[in-house]
Write a protein that binds this ligand. Structure first.
Ligand SMILES: NC(=O)c1ccc[n+]([C@@H]2O[C@H](COP(=O)([O-])OP(=O)(O)OC[C@H]3O[C@@H](n4cnc5c(N)ncnc54)[C@H](OP(=O)(O)O)[C@@H]3O)[C@@H](O)[C@H]2O)c1
Length: 337
């Protein structure tokens, strides 16, 4: 897609203050520091979206100290288009900043037709990363993920492919996403045996979905692997967006299978209760939702989505108030269980 420079968005010179206020956290036992808040390109960066807006959000993120951008082969829609748009913007705005960026992509969900465009075979992962690098115009990716476990392919094959991708110089580090604790443990052992730098597990986690607390965080800590959590705002429900109905253009208004207006309605009482706690802390609900996740030492970064630069600016202010009293935590538990 073309960038229209007549819109006034011309050459990008990043803010010299970009590293002044962001917090950077070590991921597991690795040498990698990630911004406490990272930006995901699942929504709002495809060919169906405005590339001018995407460009503005990325520029704003970098100026706020967000150095980590998370993609996947199938982000769009259509599939591949978020990587392509990201590549266009990278070339235009971030070429001289490549070494200041930590870029992720993934493969694991359906990407192209036939038996080799999905799941966890060596054939799929290696071909998919080659395609992703081409779409983004990159020589290498900073971290490459297996996006979800594949029960049919031996884990030895999938982890072997990740190890070889690093050896080929196509990725600096590897990661997994959506793996349960036992699968994670086995993956960690295989990657350790091949001396492959396994640094991250990406898992859904928010006040509305607390599954990682039971076992996963401990498994990651035992293996020196960091956690990066996705959908921290439950796709917008943990913000003040839906307090007075479903605004036009929002995710719930688009009635995607990911977030329906029914889900929003059924959670509204909880959202209102949480919003009151946030107000009493002098925070927005979105800021409290992010701060609440960062209370775990294993969480290296909270991976947010944003449809505007203003949302990003609001969310990054979460870092101004990360502490919780026991009473606040109990009140939150009382609402979300
Ligand atoms: N590994 C996986 O399987 C997996 C799965 C899902 C996501 N992810 C990654 O995680 C990233 C984040 O996921 P997500 O987009 O679901 O995260 P999220 O942060 O829970 O939701 C982002 C959405 O919340 C709304 N929002 C954000 N800040 C707001 C604010 N201050 N006020 C009002 N509304 C606000 C926006 O919705 P509107 O668009 O309605 O404005 C935004 O698009 C993805 O981009 C992707 O990189 C990974």
């Amino acid at each position: 897609m073309q960038i229209n420079d007549k819109s006034g968005a011309t050459e990008f010179l990043a803010s010299s203050a970009r590293y002044d206020s962001m917090t950077y956290k070590r991921t597991g036992n690795s040498g990698v520091l990630l911004p406490a808040i990272s930006l995901g390109l699942w929504h709002n960066f495809g060919f169906v979206d405005s590339i001018q807006n995407a460009r503005e959000v990325l520029r704003c993120a970098f100026d706020l100290g967000i150095t980590h951008f998370d993609l996947a082969n199938n982000y769009g829609p259509p599939y591949g288009s978020a990587e392509e748009n990201f590549g266009t913007i990278l070339k235009r705005d971030f070429k001289s900043y490549r070494d200041e960026l930590f870029i992720a992509t993934k493969a694991g969900y359906d990407m192209w037709p036939g038996p080799y465009g999905n799941l966890g075979s060596r054939k799929y992962l290696i071909a998919s990363l080659d395609q992703s690098l081409k779409r983004m115009g990159l020589d290498y990716i900073d971290v490459f993920y297996h996006h979800r476990p594949d029960p049919e392919t031996p884990l030895e094959e999938t982890m072997g492919a990740l190890a070889d991708i690093v050896r080929q110089g196509k990725a600096l580090y590897v990661a997994i996403s959506n793996y349960k604790p036992k699968e994670t443990q086995k993956a960690a052992e295989l990657l350790k045996a091949s001396n492959t730098p396994f640094i991250l597990h990406q898992a859904r986690y928010s006040m509305f979905d607390r599954w990682i607390e039971e076992e996963l965080l401990e498994t990651l800590e035992n293996n020196g692997v960091g956690c990066i959590t996705f959908s921290p705002l439950a796709q917008g429900m943990l913000t003040d967006k839906y307090l007075n109905g479903i605004p036009e253009g929002s995710r719930a208004a688009k009635n995607m299978t990911y977030l329906t207006s029914e889900t929003v309605q059924s959670n509204l009482k909880k959202i209102q209760g949480l919003n009151t706690i946030a107000q009493n802390r002098g925070q927005k609900l979105s800021q409290m939702a992010i701060a609440w996740i960062l209370r775990h030492k294993q969480v290296a970064s909270v991976l947010i989505g944003a449809s505007s630069a203003n949302q990003l600016k609001e969310n990054v202010k979460a870092l101004d108030n990360l502490g919780f009293t026991d009473e606040e935590l109990q009140l939150i538990d009382g609402i979300v269980g």
